[in-house]
Design a protein around this ligand. Structure first.
Ligand code: FAD
Length: 402
């Protein structure tokens, strides 16, 4: 088997990369170890409406509900509201993640990509140091798939980068462990997404309630792996649900457990290799949201791959256009939000309460972590500001060393 590009993983990152590479006439194969694209769902299913502008996914089948705003609750339940009245169209959707992923895959197939399910990458094909494709297991057999470019879109547990010699290990302080129920018969009245912060509620993370329609919502939790033993996320989530009157008569129709990287991105380009999505650690370290970056990054990766195939140049130098462009698009945001995440870890519940009190009457111009971070920075205690400065300097030194 010989392709221009083989993509490992049919999540949003893999499918969007496949679509734009195939649009540019590259011969693309996507391999996926699961039996069905997007199933099982491992997601809170929230996404910003800015994806409308990108025109990467059309139609409405994948939309479960529209978000009108967000409310953030501090440990003493002080509420900071980011409402639609300030944000206009800058709100979001709650999606059906299985349909969302399948729509993206359909678009890739329409553009000319081939998908192969039940096919798990088990190693790289190399000649000396040169990457020449992947080895894969399909049912009981083994396949050799030759390709000029291998794309690691294999999610949080990614192996592709590691096989190519890139350090993709995640420190427990850079990994959120998550649990989520989809609850029916829940008393949610409006289309606001709610976030609950606090060391007791969700150490190093938050609880979310994302309404998915009338009386149905995703209720989940993410907590830092460094602050939790096995099973703690589910236990804390169960405690939260037991205490919330809106959930008194509710019942789950789905449970899931998963992990999200909340780290700085890794090296994403080598000769004949690209990493994308969660595999590249392209997740917002504050929110744990990765979907928008999969779409934005996937489009860039696909376009650069198509150019590389036309130029027959698969070198790190040529492919580095991908790294330059994703850094321009959202690299700065991830770096800034990583620092804010670190800073939040040093804050106790009292500081969260004080901040929420200072922000509760602020009229936010838009719903984004950027506008929130800007306001938080204004109201941070001086000790926290100093901490941030020290961490920022350390970070800059590390980057310069690299
Ligand atoms: C509980 C939870 C809630 C979340 N909520 C949100 C949210 O509300 N909003 C948001 O934006 N983000 C959310 N995220 C993050 C979001 O789900 C990820 O950022 C997104 O799925 C990343 O997409 P991806 O394509 O990089 O990887 P994935 O969607 O993980 O896809 C990777 C694919 O690769 C396949 N694969 C892996 N290894 C191999 C192999 N060796 N061979 C073949 N196939 C392989 C996997 O089966 C999988 O299908 C959440 C994550 C979790 C766990």
């Amino acid at each position: 088997m010989k392709y221009d590009v083989v993509i490992i993983g049919s999540g949003p990152a893999g499918s969007v990369t496949a679509r734009f590479a195939a649009d540019g006439e590259a011969k693309v194969l996507v391999i996926e170890r699961r039996a069905e694209v997007g199933v099982p769902i491992l997601c809170g299913e929230g996404i910003s409406r800015k994806i409308d502008e990108w025109k990467i996914i059309e139609g409405k089948r994948w939309i479960a509900g529209r978000m009108d705003g967000a409310r953030i609750y501090s440990p003493d339940k002080t509420c900071v509201t980011l409402g639609a009245e300030q944000a206009g169209d800058e709100t979001g959707y709650v999606v059906y993640r299985d349909i969302f992923d399948q729509e993206l895959a359909r678009n890739a197939i329409k553009a000319g990509a081939t998908f192969m399910m039940n096919t798990q990458a088990i190693g790289l094909i190399k000649e000396g140091d040169k990457i020449k494709g992947v080895r894969a297991k399909r049912f009981d057999g083994e396949l050799k798939i030759e390709a000029d470019i291998v794309v690691g879109a294999d999610g949080v547990e990614s192996k592709i980068g590691q096989w190519a010699g890139i350090d993709t290990r995640l420190d427990p302080k850079d990994l959120e462990t998550c649990a989520q129920y989809t609850l029916t018969n829940i008393d949610v009245k409006d289309a606001y997404c709610d976030f609950y912060l606090g060391k007791e509620i969700a150490p190093g993370g938050y609880v979310w309630v994302f309404p998915k329609g009338k009386n149905i919502a995703n209720v989940g939790i993410g907590i830092l792996a460094s602050l939790s033993e096995a099973g703690r996320a589910k236990k804390l989530l169960d405690d939260f649900i037991a205490k919330d009157p809106r959930m008194k008569n509710s019942s789950p129709i789905r449970f899931l457990a998963g992990a999200v990287p909340v780290a700085n991105p890794v090296e994403t380009v080598r000769d004949n290799l690209i990493l994308i999505g969660d595999a590249a650690r392209h997740v917002d370290p504050i929110t744990g949201g990765g979907l928008t970056h999969c779409l934005e990054g996937g489009k860039i990766a696909g376009e650069v791959i198509a150019k590389a195939v036309k130029a027959k140049n698969f070198s790190q130098g040529f492919l580095s256009e991908y790294e330059t462009r994703w850094k321009e698009a959202f690299g700065q945001k991830i770096k800034r939000n990583y620092l804010v995440k670190e800073l939040m870890l040093d804050m106790d519940d009292k500081t969260f309460n004080k901040l929420a009190n200072a922000l509760k009457d602020v009229k936010f111009e838009e719903i984004s972590t950027h506008s929130l971070v800007k306001e938080v920075a204004k109201h941070l205690p001086i000790s926290a500001k100093l901490n941030a400065l020290i961490k920022y300097r350390k970070e800059i030194k590390e980057i310069k060393k690299k």
